[in-house]
Design a protein around this ligand. Structure first.
Ligand code: DX5
Ligand code: ZN
Length: 215
């Protein structure tokens, strides 16, 4: 079973963000997970397109941009221009998910949707054919270092069944570490976000390698 590891730079040293991005690239990560927070959709603020543009030259790995902002639709082009490869919007943000996904595809980027822990998978039933990635939040978004919410395992399994043969990646974000990764992958996830699990240690290659091998 091959899974992708997407370290979240939310837990990186922001004063050395470019170097941190290069370090996780060198350490063997698959995606760079970029958490954009607006202090409105979630109770925390991070960064926006200018900073994403600044770190773009530090790696060729895909930028997996997780937009925890509301509204998001008006800003999609800015994130595409800043260097995003995958743009994920929240199903709970904006009013027109189908249109947001069309805009992302129209910008030539991969389209993702994210669901908060309390949001049922039924909200994506009619947009499945527009999706490249589904991101299940296994913590309430806003902060790194929270504990995995076990109820999300059932949702992951259900979404894996909904995906069927479609080429959609199923990503899980929040509380993923060496102790939880196996149950998440057994439920059907194939992309794992890991923030504190990667950045709290000094040896990123060892941690990313251990996550890859934990299965
Ligand atoms: C939370 C973010 C996550 C967060 C995960 O809102 O979307 O990507 O950084 O952090 P850990 O892996 O520490 O739970
Ligand atoms: Zn995230």
């Amino acid at each position: 079973m091959t899974v992708k590891i997407a370290p979240s730079i939310l837990s990186a040293d922001f004063a050395r963000l470019g170097e941190e991005v290069k370090a996780i690239d060198d350490a063997g990560c698959d995606y760079i997970h970029i958490d954009v927070m607006d202090g409105h959709f979630v109770p925390n603020l991070t960064f926006g397109p200018p900073i994403i543009s600044c770190i773009r030259s530090w790696t060729d790995k895909p930028f997996d941009v997780h937009l925890m902002i509301d509204p998001a639709q008006a800003y999609l082009e800015e994130y595409a221009n800043a260097g995003a490869d995958i743009i994920t919007v929240h199903a709970e943000a904006d009013k027109h998910l189908d249109r947001s996904l069309q805009v992302i595809k129209g910008l030539g980027k991969k389209a993702g949707v994210s669901l908060n822990p309390a949001t049922p998978e039924s909200v994506i039933e009619y947009v499945m054919d527009k999706l490249d990635l589904i991101l299940v939040m296994s913590v309430n978004p806003g902060f790194g270092g929270q504990s995995f919410i076990d109820s999300q395992l059932d949702k992951i399994s259900r979404i894996r069944k909904m995906i069927g043969d479609r080429p959609i990646e199923l990503e899980v974000d929040g509380g993923v570490n060496a102790g939880t990764i196996k149950s998440v992958v057994d439920a059907g996830a194939d992309v794992l976000v890991a923030g504190s699990a990667v950045f709290k240690g000094d040896d990123y290659a060892a941690t990313i390698g251990a996550l890859h091998d934990a299965l």
